[in-house]
Design a protein. Structure first.
Length: 271
C-alpha cells in the first residue's frame, strides 16, 4: 500500500493555496503543504492568517477536492524570533486541519535555540500541530546528528525531525544514523533527487535546493535506501522546484511528473 503523497509548496511556489490544491487534486495527490511564511526575507509566501478571504477560499477548495493539509512552512527560527507572534499562525493551521510545521534553525546559539524550540513545541501542541526540525547544511542545524540532539533535549511529545532527501545526502547523514531516530519523531519526509556530485559552494547548494532539483529517480541520490529506512506509513512530501523547466512547462504537468516519479521510486524500494 502506498503512503499519502503531498504536493510541497516549493514545487509550485507561484501558485496560491487554492490553485495549488486544485493542481494537487487534478494530479492525484492526497495532501498539500502550504507556505504561509517566507523562507527568507522577501521570499514568496501566502499569509492566510492575515487574509480572511484567501483562507476561506482555501478551505472551500480543500472541502471541494478532499485534499488535506500536511504541513505549514516556514518557521525560520532566528535569535529575534518571538514565539508569541505565532498565535494567528497556529490558529490558521488548526483551522486548515494542518498536522505539521516545518522549522529551520538559524540561531547560532544551539543551547538557546533548543530551549526556544521546546517553547515553540509547547505553544503549537494545543493546536494539534507538530514542530518538525529540518536539518540543512547551510543552517545551524546542518545534519541529522545535530537535529536528533536538539529534539532529544527539547523533550516535547510533538517535536520531530524532517528528513529531506536532498539535505540528507548533502549533509552526509546516514541511514545507520536514521535507524537510531525514534519513529515517533518522524511525521513526514520530503522526496526529490539531485546530481550525485555535490555543489562546490554553499551558495550553489542553496540555489539548487531552492530552485533546481530533479524529479525522483532522475539523479544520483540513493533514494531507495532512504525510502527503506523511513517509516512506510508516513506522508511523503514531494518537493521538486524546477525554476528553469517552469518557464516552459505548467505547474500541473510538473506536479504530475513529480508524483509519478515518486511513486515509481517508492514502488521500487518496496519491491
Amino acid at each position: 500500500m502506498m503512503p499519502k503523497f503531498s504536493l510541497a509548496a516549493l514545487t509550485a511556489l507561484d501558485l496560491a493555496p487554492p490553485a495549488l490544491i486544485d493542481v494537487a487534486a487534478a494530479c492525484g495527490y492526497d495532501q498539500v503543504g502550504l507556505r504561509l511564511l517566507p523562507a527568507m526575507a522577501g521570499g514568496i509566501a501566502y499569509p492566510l492568517m492575515d487574509d480572511e478571504a484567501g483562507c476561506k477560499e482555501t478551505l472551500a477548495r480543500l472541502d471541494a477536492t478532499g485534499i488535506t493539509v500536511a504541513d505549514l512552512e516556514v518557521v525560520a527560527f532566528r535569535p529575534e524570533t518571538e514565539i508569541a507572534s505565532f498565535s494567528a499562525f497556529f490558529e490558521t493551521g488548526a483551522r486548515l486541519g494542518a498536522k505539521n510545521i516545518l522549522i529551520a534553525g538559524y540561531d547560532p546559539d544551539l543551547a538557546r535555540f533548543t530551549d526556544r524550540y521546546a517553547e515553540f513545541c509547547a505553544a503549537a501542541a494545543p493546536y494539534g500541530l507538530t514542530a518538525d526540525l529540518e536539518f540543512m547544511p547551510w543552517t545551524h542545524v546542518p545534519d541529522l546528528a545535530t537535529a536528533s540532539k536538539i529534539v532529544a533535549q527539547a523533550g516535547q511529545a510533538n517535536a520531530g525531525i524532517l528528513v529531506d532527501a536532498l539535505h540528507f545526502d548533502r549533509s552526509n547523514s546516514s541511514t545507520s544514523e536514521l535507524a537510531r531516530v525514534p519513529v515517533l519523531w518522524l511525521h513526514y519526509w520530503q522526496l526529490c533527487d539531485a546530481p550525485a556530485e555535490r555543489p562546490a559552494t554553499t551558495d550553489k547548494m542553496i540555489h539548487a535546493a531552492r530552485y533546481e532539483r530533479l524529479f525522483p529517480g532522475d539523479g544520483g541520490i540513493d533514494l531507495k535506501s532512504l525510502a527503506r529506512a523511513m517509516p512506510a506509513d508516513i506522508t511523503i512530501s514531494i518537493e521538486v522546484p524546477t525554476a528553469e523547466l517552469a518557464k516552459t512547462v505548467d505547474a500541473r504537468t510538473r506536479a504530475g511528473r513529480a508524483l509519478r516519479a515518486a511513486r515509481g521510486v517508492i514502488a521500487a524500494a518496496r519491491a
